[in-house]
Design a protein around this ligand. Sequence first.
Ligand code: PRP
Length: 218
Amino acid sequence: MSDATCRRPLRISLPKGRLADDVARHLRDGGLEVPDFSTSRQLTLRTADGTQEYIQSKPTDVPTFVVHGGADIGFSGLDTLREEGVDVLEPFTLPIGICRISLAGPRAWRHVDLHLKDHLRVATKYTRIASDWFVSQGINAEVIKLNGSVELAPLTGLSDLIVDLVETGRTLQANGLVELQHVLDSRVVVIVNRSASRLRENEVNRFLACVRPGPPGA
Ligand code: PRP
């Protein structure tokens, strides 16, 4: 990391979308000043004292910014982090963004032994998580990549099943699908660039102290 990089403010990567409000609220509850991205088209916003700079990106890009040093600290869903497979520090998780990754499909599949299927087709945004899980279970599956509206796949015959994020379960229910197997529990993870954790140790630790959830009931 160059001197110029070291002189810049501590940079924090926030996800857009479903986690954005909960993460910002958690940081503000910890006493941090988090700029409001909803009132600006700017993608980088600094705190009033200029010591911290927040950036906002697609959730899947947060681990990328952090692992390559574009940001020092980030907030990512565990699902996204495992899917991206990056090498960052994961000091602790937060009790927000709680959801799960599940194998799901039409109700009739509840009675099917997946180990006996020789050509199972599974659509997902999470190709790495799904492929690893099928290998771990000894199930043969062709994993088909989609970028969204994954529930459409079994409805249209594109796939037999899906591996997807489930939060309330309403999307599955609305599309006549059920959870078949639990794959991964997810919640927000605080991630830190390995070099930043050494070169900016004091700043990183001061920031993390505000973010770390207290003991239950504190
Ligand atoms: C996610 C996920 C499910 C839905 C689950 O999609 O892929 O479709 O949310 O949430 P629920 O259990 O609360 O219904 P998202 O809204 O991110 O949009 P996408 O389909 O475009 O990926």
